[in-house]
Design a protein around this ligand. Structure first.
Ligand SMILES: Nc1ncnc2c1ncn2[C@@H]1O[C@H](COP(=O)(O)OP(=O)(O)O)[C@@H](O)[C@H]1O
Ligand SMILES: [Mg+2]
Length: 382
């Protein structure tokens, strides 16, 4: 069966499509082979609209409805192009959608306590355009059984990285950075996963504000600056980093308001130092989380395997290597395990869709905090 996984993360940079051949494997675990991966940037005006719709003050309900259908069209086009280019015979699609709002922990609302999430991008449109069933909207089923609805990628991380002798941490660095820790010889219930904090989101925001560029390409600006250590020390004390997992984050925690406060803390520092500090914030919060929330709890880990757009930033990677080295951990890349760094999350949603299609659960309750396993997503039939 050939499944397309479609991912569009909180960076709102565009659409990643992975074409994956799935075959039933041993002991109920399917095998996957990556056939192709393609990236499609959102046009600038679509990106602007998405960012506006993530902001409660500027979102209008009619535009939200329109965006849902527009993204359905754009996702279908991205999958269609990928399938034609690689001459594949598509059977199924798994589409994460664009997160507009995510609040993983229950909070009071009209007399109830609710945890809520919202991903947009209409599955019915994709199914109609592509002529195959589409699984979308994966997160609510986990939240309905008490989970935080995230992270969902640990299901793939476990398949890819579990090893009888090596403790591994899968570290994705998208807009947000999240890790999956898989101890040597782990059972699925021993997997820990959570969002460590900002990935590229704060770097992107300050680079945009100070240099008018969407991101710090190849980490050139950060490499030319000095890290403002007092700022890092202060920020590490904040509540999110201190909290125990499970925990999830998004633009609600590390978006506009956070970037503004970050800039304020940096004061009159050199602009390059500010970008260097934002870059260091990502790696220091990762190392801090690994040390306090993973190693202290579970002991030894040998490898940290990076994926996501942050892997393309050499300054970020150099800083990361420097902070995990003293913990006895080696930096590796998901490419070494057959999954290109930019493709991993898209591959994950192909795998999750395949599981759902076979009516199998695919949340990892120890990662999301769910009370039980759940079959994820909604199916739109062609
Ligand atoms: N060549 C590069 N140099 C520096 N940063 C990069 C590069 N390529 C990608 N990135 C970073 O990766 C981000 C996108 O990462 P991605 O994994 O797609 O995140 P998300 O899942 O949130 O969409 C960009 O916003 C940018 O910050
Ligand atoms: Mg992206």
């Amino acid at each position: 069966m050939i499944v397309a996984g479609v991912m569009s993360g909180t960076s709102a940079d565009g659409i990643n499509v992975a074409l994956v051949r799935m075959t039933p494997g041993g002991r109920g675990r399917p095998f996957h082979t990556l056939l192709a991966h393609e990236e499609f940037s959102y046009p600038a005006w679509v990106r602007r609209m998405i960012l506006r719709m993530m902001n409660a003050e500027s979102a209008r309900v009619a535009d939200l409805a329109r965006l849902n259908f527009l993204l359905g069209e754009l996702y279908a086009e991205a999958v269609g192009k990928t399938v034609r280019k690689h001459r594949a015979q598509l059977d199924l699609v798994g589409c994460h959608g664009q997160t507009l709002y995510h609040q993983g922990s229950a909070a009071p609302f009209l007399g109830r306590k609710l945890a809520v999430t919202w991903q947009t991008g209409e599955g019915a449109v994709m199914a109609a355009r592509l002529g195959v069933p589409v699984v979308s909207d994966f997160r609510p089923a986990d939240m309905a059984v008490g989970g935080k609805g995230a992270p969902l990628v640990p299901f793939l991380d476990y398949v890819l990285y579990r090893d009888p002798h090596i403790g591994r941490i899968a570290q994705n660095i998208g807009g947000i950075a999240n890790l999956t820790a898989i101890p040597a010889g782990a059972k699925p219930r021993q997997v820990i996963a959570f969002d460590t904090g900002p990935g590229n989101m704060v770097i992107d925001a300050v680079t945009e504000k100070l240099f008018g560029k969407a991101y710090d390409r190849d980490g050139v600006i950060a490499a030319s600056g000095q890290v403002l250590e007092p700022v890092i020390t202060q920020l590490l004390r904040s509540r999110y980093f201190q909290r125990k997992p499970p925990k999830t984050a998004g633009r609600e925690e590390f978006g506009h308001a956070y970037a503004r406060a970050f800039l304020h803390r940096c004061g009159r520092a050199d602009k390059r130092d500010v970008v260097a500090t934002a870059t260091a914030l990502t790696t220091r919060t990762i190392a801090d989380a690994v040390r306090r929330l993973v190693i202290r709890k579970q002991g030894k880990y040998q490898e940290l395997i990076v994926s996501g757009g942050g892997a393309q930033n050499p300054t970020l990677m150099a800083m990361l290597r420097n902070v995990i080295g003293p913990l006895g951990i080696t930096l590796r890349f998901s490419d070494e395990f057959g999954v290109p760094t930019e493709a991993k999350e898209a591959v994950a949603f192909a795998l999750l869709a395949y599981e759902t299609w076979h009516r199998r659960p695919s949340n990892v309750p120890s990662a999301t905090g769910a009370k039980r396993a759940a079959i994820l997503g909604k199916v739109s039939y062609a």
